[in-house]
Design a protein around this ligand. Structure first.
Ligand code: ATP
Ligand code: MG
Length: 228
């Protein structure tokens, strides 16, 4: 039986639900995101991980970002087979610039204060956290789970965690996740250069990218869709 958020809130009674939040541009979503979210969910025994595709993030001004309807659709497709994963339209539907703090405030209302939030961030994202809006309030409202990411030295991540722990009232956990050297930037470049993206992301997302002509690429020869 599929449990709705309302069912989960009712069942949780006295204990707080543990909700992971995986924010990202997801342009496109890939196995690095999915493996990370699943590993964190298991280790921290989260009840659910909500993927939140960003709407209009101020830090992406001047950068070309794929239409939010496509990023939302791809995130939905990629997470559909995991009953613990959900995708939120929270930032997609919001007008103007979108900030994580507003999303957490909205989720707190939605879960009627009966959830503890765990925001999942890769090493690169944690490093930028002090540039986010109202970081101090954010630290009060949710715990963070900082994960390793290939290309970023674990020592730098430890330093960031130590700094934030020492200077802010923050709860930041660390987790070493299986290394997947995949990034959306690399996938976009490959598509543009007609290089295969097989095995970097689910086949359904690969098909979506070519069908909708994202990243101005053509499916390379020998990389046809399987109809097995
Ligand atoms: P881009 O190259 O466009 O920045 P990305 O691959 O970094 O894309 P984002 O949507 O920016 O993906 O990332 C969302 C979150 O997922 C961030 O916290 C990021 O650190 C984390 N993340 C992305 N890829 C990985 C990976 N391979 N391993 C661990 N964490 C990852
Ligand atoms: Mg990124």
């Amino acid at each position: 039986m599929i449990q709705t958020i309302k069912d989960k809130i009712e069942l949780s009674e006295n204990s707080l639900l543990k909700i992971g939040i995986m924010g990202g541009t997801f342009d496109p979503v890939h196995y690095g995101h999915l493996v990370t979210a699943e590993a964190v969910r298991e280790k921290f025994t989260l009840d659910q991980v909500i993927f939140v595709p960003v709407g209009n993030p101020p830090h992406k001004i001047g950068q070309k970002v794929t239409d939010k309807k496509d990023r939302y659709a791809m995130t939905l497709l990629a997470t559909a087979t995991n009953p613990y994963f959900d995708v939120s339209r929270e930032e997609i539907d919001r007008k103007g610039y979108t900030y994580t703090i507003d999303t957490i405030i909205s989720f707190q209302k939605r879960f009627e204060g009966k959830a503890q939030f765990y925001f999942i961030t890769g090493a690169d994202a944690l490093n930028q956290i002090l540039t986010w809006k109202h970081t101090e309030q954010l630290f009060k409202m949710c715990e963070f789970i900082a994960v390793t990411r290939p290309g970023y030295r674990p020592d730098d991540l430890f330093q960031d965690i130590e700094y934030l722990r020492a200077n802010f009232e923050s709860k930041i956990h660390f987790m070493d996740v299986p290394a997947f050297e995949i990034s959306s930037t690399d996938i976009r470049k490959r598509v543009e250069g007609n290089i295969s993206i097989k095995y970097l992301l689910p086949e359904s997302i690969e098909a979506y990218i070519y069908k909708h002509g994202l990243y101005s690429g053509k499916r390379p020869a020998g990389s046809e869709e399987s109809h097995g």
